[in-house]
Design a protein around this ligand. Structure first.
Ligand code: UD1
Length: 430
Protein backbone atom coordinates (compact mmCIF):
# COMPACT_ATOMS: atom_id res chain seq x y z
CA UNK A 1 0.00 0.00 0.00
CA UNK A 2 1.39 3.36 -0.97
CA UNK A 3 1.06 6.63 0.89
CA UNK A 4 1.85 10.23 0.20
CA UNK A 5 4.06 11.84 2.77
CA UNK A 6 4.06 15.60 2.75
CA UNK A 7 6.04 18.26 4.57
CA UNK A 8 3.69 21.20 4.27
CA UNK A 9 4.12 24.89 4.70
CA UNK A 10 5.57 25.90 1.30
CA UNK A 11 3.43 28.11 -0.93
CA UNK A 12 3.04 26.44 -4.33
CA UNK A 13 4.60 28.61 -7.02
CA UNK A 14 5.06 28.13 -10.74
CA UNK A 15 3.39 26.68 -13.83
CA UNK A 16 1.76 23.29 -14.17
CA UNK A 17 0.67 21.51 -17.33
CA UNK A 18 -2.86 20.04 -17.16
CA UNK A 19 -3.59 16.74 -18.88
CA UNK A 20 -6.59 15.46 -20.83
CA UNK A 21 -9.94 15.12 -19.07
CA UNK A 22 -10.27 11.68 -17.49
CA UNK A 23 -14.05 11.68 -17.60
CA UNK A 24 -14.15 12.67 -21.26
CA UNK A 25 -11.49 10.09 -22.12
CA UNK A 26 -13.41 7.25 -20.44
CA UNK A 27 -16.48 7.86 -22.58
CA UNK A 28 -14.52 8.55 -25.77
CA UNK A 29 -12.45 5.37 -25.47
CA UNK A 30 -15.67 3.36 -25.09
CA UNK A 31 -17.26 5.17 -28.05
CA UNK A 32 -14.18 4.45 -30.18
CA UNK A 33 -15.22 0.80 -30.55
CA UNK A 34 -18.38 1.89 -32.41
CA UNK A 35 -16.60 1.75 -35.77
CA UNK A 36 -14.69 -1.10 -37.41
CA UNK A 37 -12.13 1.42 -38.62
CA UNK A 38 -9.11 2.51 -36.59
CA UNK A 39 -9.58 5.50 -34.30
CA UNK A 40 -6.67 7.52 -32.88
CA UNK A 41 -7.20 9.30 -29.59
CA UNK A 42 -4.73 11.83 -28.23
CA UNK A 43 -4.29 13.71 -24.96
CA UNK A 44 -5.47 10.76 -22.85
CA UNK A 45 -4.37 11.08 -19.22
CA UNK A 46 -2.10 8.26 -18.06
CA UNK A 47 -4.13 7.31 -14.97
CA UNK A 48 -5.33 4.01 -13.57
CA UNK A 49 -9.01 4.37 -14.50
CA UNK A 50 -8.08 4.77 -18.15
CA UNK A 51 -5.77 1.78 -18.10
CA UNK A 52 -8.47 -0.43 -16.57
CA UNK A 53 -10.97 0.65 -19.22
CA UNK A 54 -8.47 -0.06 -22.00
CA UNK A 55 -8.04 -3.56 -20.54
CA UNK A 56 -11.81 -4.06 -20.57
CA UNK A 57 -11.95 -2.92 -24.20
CA UNK A 58 -9.12 -5.27 -25.15
CA UNK A 59 -10.85 -8.03 -23.20
CA UNK A 60 -13.85 -8.02 -25.57
CA UNK A 61 -11.63 -8.33 -28.63
CA UNK A 62 -10.80 -4.77 -29.73
CA UNK A 63 -7.20 -4.08 -30.75
CA UNK A 64 -5.42 -1.45 -28.67
CA UNK A 65 -2.16 0.02 -29.81
CA UNK A 66 -0.38 2.42 -27.50
CA UNK A 67 1.39 5.10 -29.51
CA UNK A 68 2.84 6.96 -26.57
CA UNK A 69 1.93 7.74 -22.97
CA UNK A 70 -1.03 9.88 -24.03
CA UNK A 71 -2.16 8.46 -27.37
CA UNK A 72 -3.76 5.22 -28.40
CA UNK A 73 -5.17 3.60 -31.53
CA UNK A 74 -8.30 1.49 -31.11
CA UNK A 75 -9.80 -0.87 -33.65
CA UNK A 76 -13.14 -2.39 -32.73
CA UNK A 77 -13.51 -4.72 -35.74
CA UNK A 78 -12.43 -7.81 -33.81
CA UNK A 79 -15.07 -7.56 -31.08
CA UNK A 80 -16.82 -10.90 -30.62
CA UNK A 81 -17.70 -10.69 -26.96
CA UNK A 82 -20.41 -8.31 -25.76
CA UNK A 83 -20.02 -9.03 -22.11
CA UNK A 84 -18.21 -6.72 -19.64
CA UNK A 85 -17.37 -8.56 -16.44
CA UNK A 86 -18.04 -7.35 -12.91
CA UNK A 87 -14.33 -7.16 -12.22
CA UNK A 88 -14.03 -4.14 -14.52
CA UNK A 89 -17.23 -2.46 -13.38
CA UNK A 90 -16.16 -2.88 -9.78
CA UNK A 91 -12.84 -1.18 -10.48
CA UNK A 92 -14.29 1.49 -12.68
CA UNK A 93 -17.97 2.31 -12.99
CA UNK A 94 -17.49 4.14 -16.26
CA UNK A 95 -16.99 0.78 -18.01
CA UNK A 96 -20.78 1.02 -18.29
CA UNK A 97 -20.20 3.33 -21.25
CA UNK A 98 -19.47 0.13 -23.15
CA UNK A 99 -23.15 -0.74 -22.69
CA UNK A 100 -24.26 2.25 -24.77
CA UNK A 101 -21.45 1.76 -27.29
CA UNK A 102 -21.96 -2.00 -27.82
CA UNK A 103 -25.75 -1.71 -27.87
CA UNK A 104 -25.59 1.02 -30.54
CA UNK A 105 -23.13 -0.90 -32.73
CA UNK A 106 -24.13 -4.55 -32.23
CA UNK A 107 -27.68 -4.16 -30.78
CA UNK A 108 -26.51 -6.31 -27.93
CA UNK A 109 -24.57 -5.84 -24.70
CA UNK A 110 -24.15 -7.41 -21.29
CA UNK A 111 -22.52 -5.38 -18.59
CA UNK A 112 -22.31 -6.18 -14.89
CA UNK A 113 -24.57 -3.90 -12.87
CA UNK A 114 -22.47 -1.33 -11.03
CA UNK A 115 -23.10 -1.12 -7.31
CA UNK A 116 -22.90 1.97 -5.14
CA UNK A 117 -19.55 3.52 -4.42
CA UNK A 118 -17.80 5.61 -1.80
CA UNK A 119 -19.70 8.75 -2.68
CA UNK A 120 -23.22 7.35 -2.82
CA UNK A 121 -25.69 4.80 -4.16
CA UNK A 122 -25.49 5.99 -7.78
CA UNK A 123 -28.51 4.46 -9.56
CA UNK A 124 -28.46 3.95 -13.34
CA UNK A 125 -32.20 3.99 -13.95
CA UNK A 126 -31.95 6.90 -16.40
CA UNK A 127 -29.47 5.02 -18.60
CA UNK A 128 -31.84 2.04 -18.75
CA UNK A 129 -34.87 4.25 -19.36
CA UNK A 130 -33.05 5.75 -22.34
CA UNK A 131 -32.03 2.39 -23.84
CA UNK A 132 -35.58 1.09 -23.44
CA UNK A 133 -37.02 4.19 -25.13
CA UNK A 134 -34.73 3.48 -28.10
CA UNK A 135 -36.32 0.03 -28.42
CA UNK A 136 -33.95 -2.18 -26.44
CA UNK A 137 -35.14 -4.95 -24.13
CA UNK A 138 -33.26 -4.39 -20.93
CA UNK A 139 -33.24 -6.98 -18.16
CA UNK A 140 -31.27 -7.33 -15.00
CA UNK A 141 -30.31 -10.94 -14.36
CA UNK A 142 -27.71 -12.43 -12.06
CA UNK A 143 -26.18 -9.03 -11.38
CA UNK A 144 -25.92 -8.17 -15.07
CA UNK A 145 -27.64 -5.67 -17.30
CA UNK A 146 -28.63 -7.45 -20.50
CA UNK A 147 -29.66 -5.14 -23.31
CA UNK A 148 -30.74 -6.34 -26.72
CA UNK A 149 -32.69 -4.98 -29.67
CA UNK A 150 -33.87 -6.16 -33.08
CA UNK A 151 -34.00 -2.55 -34.19
CA UNK A 152 -33.10 0.63 -32.38
CA UNK A 153 -35.38 3.54 -33.22
CA UNK A 154 -35.00 7.22 -32.37
CA UNK A 155 -37.19 8.50 -29.57
CA UNK A 156 -38.02 11.53 -27.45
CA UNK A 157 -36.50 11.08 -24.00
CA UNK A 158 -36.86 13.40 -21.02
CA UNK A 159 -34.36 12.66 -18.26
CA UNK A 160 -35.81 12.89 -14.74
CA UNK A 161 -32.49 14.07 -13.31
CA UNK A 162 -29.58 15.80 -14.96
CA UNK A 163 -27.04 13.03 -15.39
CA UNK A 164 -23.73 13.07 -17.19
CA UNK A 165 -23.51 9.29 -17.45
CA UNK A 166 -26.98 8.68 -18.87
CA UNK A 167 -26.71 11.64 -21.27
CA UNK A 168 -23.49 10.24 -22.73
CA UNK A 169 -24.52 6.58 -22.71
CA UNK A 170 -27.88 7.17 -24.40
CA UNK A 171 -26.33 9.67 -26.85
CA UNK A 172 -23.90 6.97 -27.97
CA UNK A 173 -26.63 4.41 -28.60
CA UNK A 174 -28.90 6.97 -30.29
CA UNK A 175 -26.14 7.97 -32.69
CA UNK A 176 -26.53 4.50 -34.30
CA UNK A 177 -30.33 4.20 -33.90
CA UNK A 178 -32.66 4.81 -36.83
CA UNK A 179 -34.12 8.29 -37.18
CA UNK A 180 -34.27 11.22 -34.81
CA UNK A 181 -33.68 11.11 -31.06
CA UNK A 182 -34.35 14.13 -28.87
CA UNK A 183 -32.81 14.10 -25.40
CA UNK A 184 -34.18 16.68 -22.98
CA UNK A 185 -32.92 17.86 -19.58
CA UNK A 186 -29.45 16.60 -20.46
CA UNK A 187 -26.14 17.30 -18.72
CA UNK A 188 -24.14 20.18 -20.22
CA UNK A 189 -20.70 19.31 -18.83
CA UNK A 190 -17.72 20.02 -21.12
CA UNK A 191 -17.10 16.30 -21.45
CA UNK A 192 -20.64 15.72 -22.77
CA UNK A 193 -19.77 18.21 -25.52
CA UNK A 194 -16.41 16.53 -26.08
CA UNK A 195 -18.00 13.10 -26.55
CA UNK A 196 -20.53 14.60 -28.99
CA UNK A 197 -17.72 16.29 -30.94
CA UNK A 198 -15.81 13.02 -31.01
CA UNK A 199 -18.81 11.04 -32.29
CA UNK A 200 -19.48 13.74 -34.90
CA UNK A 201 -15.88 13.45 -36.06
CA UNK A 202 -16.67 9.74 -36.63
CA UNK A 203 -19.65 10.66 -38.80
CA UNK A 204 -22.43 10.89 -36.20
CA UNK A 205 -25.01 13.69 -36.43
CA UNK A 206 -25.40 15.16 -32.94
CA UNK A 207 -26.49 18.75 -32.35
CA UNK A 208 -27.08 20.81 -29.24
CA UNK A 209 -24.54 19.24 -26.89
CA UNK A 210 -23.76 21.87 -24.23
CA UNK A 211 -27.44 22.99 -24.13
CA UNK A 212 -30.44 21.37 -22.39
CA UNK A 213 -31.59 19.57 -25.54
CA UNK A 214 -29.54 17.25 -27.73
CA UNK A 215 -30.83 16.15 -31.14
CA UNK A 216 -29.34 13.09 -32.75
CA UNK A 217 -29.98 11.77 -36.23
CA UNK A 218 -28.91 8.16 -36.27
CA UNK A 219 -26.42 6.88 -38.84
CA UNK A 220 -25.81 3.26 -39.79
CA UNK A 221 -22.03 3.43 -39.74
CA UNK A 222 -19.30 5.43 -38.07
CA UNK A 223 -15.79 5.87 -39.43
CA UNK A 224 -12.20 6.43 -38.40
CA UNK A 225 -11.03 9.68 -36.83
CA UNK A 226 -8.15 11.28 -34.96
CA UNK A 227 -9.28 13.20 -31.91
CA UNK A 228 -7.63 15.07 -29.05
CA UNK A 229 -9.36 15.13 -25.65
CA UNK A 230 -10.15 18.42 -23.85
CA UNK A 231 -8.13 19.48 -20.78
CA UNK A 232 -9.22 18.21 -17.38
CA UNK A 233 -11.10 20.98 -15.57
CA UNK A 234 -11.05 19.05 -12.30
CA UNK A 235 -7.30 18.48 -12.34
CA UNK A 236 -6.88 22.19 -13.14
CA UNK A 237 -9.24 23.22 -10.35
CA UNK A 238 -7.42 20.99 -7.88
CA UNK A 239 -4.15 22.85 -8.54
CA UNK A 240 -6.00 26.17 -8.35
CA UNK A 241 -7.32 25.37 -4.87
CA UNK A 242 -3.89 24.05 -3.88
CA UNK A 243 -2.50 27.47 -4.86
CA UNK A 244 -5.19 29.21 -2.80
CA UNK A 245 -4.80 27.03 0.30
CA UNK A 246 -0.99 27.32 0.36
CA UNK A 247 -1.07 31.10 -0.34
CA UNK A 248 0.79 30.44 -3.53
CA UNK A 249 0.97 31.66 -7.13
CA UNK A 250 0.20 28.96 -9.68
CA UNK A 251 -0.58 29.11 -13.38
CA UNK A 252 -2.46 26.12 -14.76
CA UNK A 253 -1.41 25.67 -18.39
CA UNK A 254 -3.30 24.06 -21.29
CA UNK A 255 -6.79 24.66 -19.91
CA UNK A 256 -10.04 26.08 -21.28
CA UNK A 257 -10.73 28.97 -18.85
CA UNK A 258 -14.45 28.97 -19.75
CA UNK A 259 -14.76 25.48 -18.20
CA UNK A 260 -13.33 26.83 -14.95
CA UNK A 261 -15.71 29.75 -14.43
CA UNK A 262 -17.49 28.39 -11.34
CA UNK A 263 -14.15 27.63 -9.71
CA UNK A 264 -12.69 31.01 -10.64
CA UNK A 265 -15.77 32.82 -9.27
CA UNK A 266 -15.39 31.09 -5.88
CA UNK A 267 -11.64 31.75 -5.70
CA UNK A 268 -12.29 35.45 -6.35
CA UNK A 269 -15.02 35.55 -3.67
CA UNK A 270 -12.54 33.99 -1.27
CA UNK A 271 -10.03 36.77 -1.93
CA UNK A 272 -7.66 35.28 -4.54
CA UNK A 273 -6.47 37.17 -7.60
CA UNK A 274 -7.27 35.23 -10.74
CA UNK A 275 -5.92 36.11 -14.17
CA UNK A 276 -7.30 34.41 -17.28
CA UNK A 277 -5.27 33.92 -20.46
CA UNK A 278 -6.23 32.16 -23.71
CA UNK A 279 -5.30 28.72 -22.46
CA UNK A 280 -4.03 29.32 -18.93
CA UNK A 281 -5.31 30.63 -15.60
CA UNK A 282 -3.13 32.14 -12.86
CA UNK A 283 -4.23 32.05 -9.22
CA UNK A 284 -2.47 34.27 -6.69
CA UNK A 285 -3.35 33.91 -3.03
CA UNK A 286 -2.03 36.54 -0.63
CA UNK A 287 -3.06 37.22 2.93
CA UNK A 288 -6.21 35.84 4.51
CA UNK A 289 -8.81 33.92 2.57
CA UNK A 290 -12.49 34.65 3.21
CA UNK A 291 -15.49 32.39 3.81
CA UNK A 292 -17.99 31.63 1.09
CA UNK A 293 -21.08 29.51 0.53
CA UNK A 294 -21.05 26.73 -2.04
CA UNK A 295 -23.73 24.53 -3.55
CA UNK A 296 -22.69 21.81 -5.97
CA UNK A 297 -24.77 21.72 -9.13
CA UNK A 298 -24.63 20.30 -12.65
CA UNK A 299 -22.46 22.35 -15.06
CA UNK A 300 -22.19 25.34 -15.27
CA UNK A 301 -22.73 25.23 -11.49
CA UNK A 302 -19.97 24.45 -9.03
CA UNK A 303 -18.79 20.86 -9.70
CA UNK A 304 -19.28 18.19 -7.07
CA UNK A 305 -15.86 16.86 -8.10
CA UNK A 306 -14.32 20.07 -6.74
CA UNK A 307 -16.30 20.11 -3.49
CA UNK A 308 -13.62 18.49 -1.27
CA UNK A 309 -10.90 20.77 -2.66
CA UNK A 310 -12.87 23.92 -1.86
CA UNK A 311 -13.90 22.41 1.49
CA UNK A 312 -10.28 22.04 2.58
CA UNK A 313 -9.51 25.59 1.44
CA UNK A 314 -12.51 26.94 3.36
CA UNK A 315 -11.30 25.16 6.49
CA UNK A 316 -8.38 27.62 6.32
CA UNK A 317 -10.44 30.71 5.42
CA UNK A 318 -11.68 33.40 7.80
CA UNK A 319 -15.35 33.09 8.84
CA UNK A 320 -17.97 30.38 8.67
CA UNK A 321 -18.68 28.80 5.30
CA UNK A 322 -21.37 26.39 4.23
CA UNK A 323 -21.32 23.69 1.57
CA UNK A 324 -24.45 22.05 0.19
CA UNK A 325 -23.77 18.86 -1.74
CA UNK A 326 -26.71 18.39 -4.07
CA UNK A 327 -25.38 15.71 -6.43
CA UNK A 328 -24.14 12.79 -4.30
CA UNK A 329 -25.33 11.80 -0.83
CA UNK A 330 -22.06 10.71 0.71
CA UNK A 331 -19.41 13.17 -0.23
CA UNK A 332 -18.37 14.62 3.14
CA UNK A 333 -16.28 11.71 4.42
CA UNK A 334 -13.11 13.75 4.00
CA UNK A 335 -14.39 16.24 6.56
CA UNK A 336 -14.00 13.76 9.41
CA UNK A 337 -10.40 13.20 8.29
CA UNK A 338 -9.96 16.97 8.12
CA UNK A 339 -11.38 17.29 11.63
CA UNK A 340 -8.51 15.05 12.75
CA UNK A 341 -6.23 17.79 11.42
CA UNK A 342 -8.03 20.38 13.55
CA UNK A 343 -10.69 21.65 11.15
CA UNK A 344 -13.93 22.86 12.72
CA UNK A 345 -16.64 21.16 10.74
CA UNK A 346 -20.20 20.04 11.25
CA UNK A 347 -22.11 17.89 8.80
CA UNK A 348 -25.87 17.62 8.74
CA UNK A 349 -27.39 15.62 5.90
CA UNK A 350 -26.19 17.14 2.67
CA UNK A 351 -24.87 20.34 4.28
CA UNK A 352 -21.61 21.09 5.99
CA UNK A 353 -20.65 24.08 8.07
CA UNK A 354 -16.97 24.92 8.16
CA UNK A 355 -15.60 27.44 10.60
CA UNK A 356 -12.22 28.55 9.33
CA UNK A 357 -9.16 28.06 11.54
CA UNK A 358 -5.81 29.84 11.31
CA UNK A 359 -3.91 26.61 10.75
CA UNK A 360 -4.48 22.87 10.53
CA UNK A 361 -2.15 20.42 12.22
CA UNK A 362 -0.42 17.63 10.35
CA UNK A 363 -1.80 14.12 10.91
CA UNK A 364 -2.07 10.71 9.30
CA UNK A 365 -5.29 10.60 7.27
CA UNK A 366 -6.93 8.30 4.71
CA UNK A 367 -8.15 9.20 1.25
CA UNK A 368 -11.85 8.21 1.18
CA UNK A 369 -12.13 8.57 -2.62
CA UNK A 370 -10.41 10.19 -5.60
CA UNK A 371 -11.21 13.90 -5.20
CA UNK A 372 -11.37 13.77 -1.41
CA UNK A 373 -7.91 12.20 -1.46
CA UNK A 374 -6.53 15.05 -3.55
CA UNK A 375 -8.17 17.50 -1.15
CA UNK A 376 -6.43 15.90 1.84
CA UNK A 377 -3.13 16.28 0.01
CA UNK A 378 -3.93 19.99 -0.33
CA UNK A 379 -4.59 20.10 3.42
CA UNK A 380 -1.19 18.50 4.04
CA UNK A 381 0.54 21.00 1.76
CA UNK A 382 -1.07 23.91 3.58
CA UNK A 383 -0.07 22.65 7.01
CA UNK A 384 3.25 22.88 8.81
CA UNK A 385 4.50 19.47 9.79
CA UNK A 386 4.44 16.04 8.21
CA UNK A 387 1.12 14.69 6.89
CA UNK A 388 0.67 11.16 5.64
CA UNK A 389 -2.21 10.38 3.29
CA UNK A 390 -3.09 6.67 3.14
CA UNK A 391 -5.07 4.85 0.43
CA UNK A 392 -3.64 6.93 -2.40
CA UNK A 393 -4.70 4.33 -4.96
CA UNK A 394 -7.88 6.42 -5.14
CA UNK A 395 -5.88 9.50 -6.09
CA UNK A 396 -3.90 7.57 -8.70
CA UNK A 397 -7.16 6.63 -10.41
CA UNK A 398 -7.51 10.18 -11.67
CA UNK A 399 -4.36 12.28 -11.26
CA UNK A 400 -1.34 11.68 -13.47
CA UNK A 401 2.05 12.15 -11.76
CA UNK A 402 0.29 14.11 -9.02
CA UNK A 403 3.25 14.22 -6.66
CA UNK A 404 5.67 15.12 -9.48
CA UNK A 405 3.51 18.01 -10.61
CA UNK A 406 3.14 19.27 -7.03
CA UNK A 407 6.88 18.90 -6.41
CA UNK A 408 7.58 20.97 -9.54
CA UNK A 409 5.62 23.77 -7.81
CA UNK A 410 7.78 23.53 -4.71
CA UNK A 411 5.82 20.99 -2.66
CA UNK A 412 7.75 18.56 -0.52
CA UNK A 413 5.87 15.34 -1.23
CA UNK A 414 6.86 11.75 -1.85
CA UNK A 415 5.16 8.47 -2.60
CA UNK A 416 6.26 5.88 -0.07
CA UNK A 417 5.22 2.37 0.83
CA UNK A 418 7.20 1.33 3.91
CA UNK A 419 7.63 2.60 7.44
CA UNK A 420 11.34 2.82 6.68
CA UNK A 421 10.73 5.23 3.81
CA UNK A 422 8.48 7.27 6.09
CA UNK A 423 11.21 7.45 8.74
CA UNK A 424 13.78 8.46 6.14
CA UNK A 425 11.52 11.25 4.89
CA UNK A 426 10.90 12.49 8.43
CA UNK A 427 14.64 12.59 9.15
CA UNK A 428 15.35 14.43 5.94
CA UNK A 429 12.79 17.18 6.49
CA UNK A 430 13.20 17.61 10.24
C1 UD1 B 1 -19.98 11.82 -13.62
C2 UD1 B 1 -18.52 11.88 -13.33
C3 UD1 B 1 -18.28 12.16 -11.86
C4 UD1 B 1 -19.03 13.42 -11.44
C5 UD1 B 1 -20.50 13.33 -11.84
C6 UD1 B 1 -21.27 14.62 -11.59
C7 UD1 B 1 -17.60 10.37 -14.95
C8 UD1 B 1 -16.94 9.08 -15.23
N1 UD1 B 1 -17.92 10.62 -13.68
O1 UD1 B 1 -20.52 10.73 -12.86
O2 UD1 B 1 -16.89 12.32 -11.66
O3 UD1 B 1 -18.96 13.55 -10.04
O4 UD1 B 1 -20.61 13.03 -13.24
O5 UD1 B 1 -20.66 15.67 -12.28
O6 UD1 B 1 -17.81 11.17 -15.84
N2 UD1 B 1 -28.53 9.58 -11.28
C9 UD1 B 1 -29.75 8.94 -11.19
N3 UD1 B 1 -30.03 7.99 -12.15
C10 UD1 B 1 -29.18 7.69 -13.16
C11 UD1 B 1 -27.95 8.37 -13.24
C12 UD1 B 1 -27.66 9.32 -12.28
O7 UD1 B 1 -30.54 9.18 -10.30
O8 UD1 B 1 -29.51 6.84 -13.99
C13 UD1 B 1 -28.20 10.62 -10.27
C14 UD1 B 1 -26.93 10.29 -9.48
O9 UD1 B 1 -27.21 9.44 -8.38
C15 UD1 B 1 -26.48 11.67 -9.06
C16 UD1 B 1 -26.90 12.55 -10.25
O10 UD1 B 1 -27.88 11.80 -10.95
O11 UD1 B 1 -27.21 12.09 -7.92
C17 UD1 B 1 -25.76 12.90 -11.18
O12 UD1 B 1 -25.09 11.72 -11.57
P1 UD1 B 1 -24.31 11.61 -12.94
O13 UD1 B 1 -24.21 12.99 -13.55
O14 UD1 B 1 -24.89 10.54 -13.76
O15 UD1 B 1 -22.87 11.16 -12.49
P2 UD1 B 1 -21.93 10.13 -13.21
O16 UD1 B 1 -22.10 10.20 -14.68
O17 UD1 B 1 -22.05 8.83 -12.54
Amino acid sequence: MEQYIIKGGNPLVGEVEIGGAKNAALAILAAAIMTDETVTIENIPDVNDINVLLEAIEGIGAAIQRIDRHSVKINGSGIRDFNIEYDYIKKIRASYYLLGALLGKYKKAEVALPGGCNIGSRPIDQHLKGFRALGAYVDIEHGKIIAEADRLKGSHIYFDVVTVGATINVMMTASMSEGLTILENVAKEPHVVDVANFLNSMGADIRGAGTDVIKIRGVSKLHSTTYSIIPDQIEAGTFMFAAAATRGDVTVMNVIPKHLEATIAKLVEMGCEVEEFDDAVRVVSKGDLRKTHVKTLPYPGFPTDMQPQIGVTLALSRGTSTITESIFENRFKYLSELARMGAKVKVEGNSATIEGVKALSAARVSAPDLRAGAALVIAGLATDGVTIVDDIMYIQRGYERFEEKLASLGAVIERVSTEREIQKFRLRVS
